[in-house]
Write a protein that binds this ligand. Structure first.
Ligand SMILES: [Zn+2]
Length: 179
């Protein structure tokens, strides 16, 4: 069976494990920004601390420091997941209250600043994911895209988004730009 699937090839097996690591990272990244709701962190919801590319960038640096390829896959997935989350946050029902990003000590931003902040950070997160995914070949890259697509569908179903195409189009155009 392994021969049929090509899993006997160590490179193929490594890529399968890599995509699984990417999926774990992407799943974690897709909910990570909303840890700002946890009271002990003393952040307001939609804080720029968690709704930005800082955590994915730190994760990438930490992955690099470990020198592990698996950590690199997790970090790339994490950046993609955070990017997906921010792409959804870019399309709120109404730009009011929690929809606006919050800068600690400075307070809520205007709609224009929130849009620019989220858009710029979706771009940086997708760029980080595309540039850092280890040893991409067309099959593993497509598998990673499928993971992001599945999380996107899950987001649409969970949020019952009216502007469901918005986050996807934003991600696709920015992801293609980063390629
Ligand atoms: Zn959020």
């Amino acid at each position: 069976m392994n021969e049929v699937l090509g899993l006997a090839d160590p490179n193929t097996l490594a890529r399968v494990v890599g995509v699984i690591c990417f999926a774990v990272g992407a799943w974690l990244g897709s909910w990570f920004p909303d840890i700002d709701r946890i009271a002990v962190l003393r952040l307001r919801h939609r804080s720029t601390v968690t709704h930005g590319c800082a955590a994915p960038a730190l994760t990438f640096v930490a992955a690099r420091a470990t020198g592990s390829e698996w950590a690199g896959w997790v970090a790339a997935g994490f950046a993609a997941g955070v990017g997906l989350h921010l792409a959804f946050d870019l399309f709120p029902g109404k730009w009011r209250g929690f929809a606006l990003v919050d800068v600690p000590r400075l307070g809520r931003c205007t709609k224009a600043v929130s849009v620019v902040w989220l858009f710029a950070n979706v771009f940086m997160c997708t760029g980080l994911a595309v540039w850092t995914v280890p040893a991409p070949n067309i099959v593993s890259f497509t598998a990673c895209l499928a993971v992001v697509g599945a999380l996107y569908l899950y987001g649409v179903l969970k949020k019952r988004e009216h502007f469901a195409a918005g986050p996807l189009l934003t991600l696709l155009s920015l992801g293609a730009d980063a390629l």
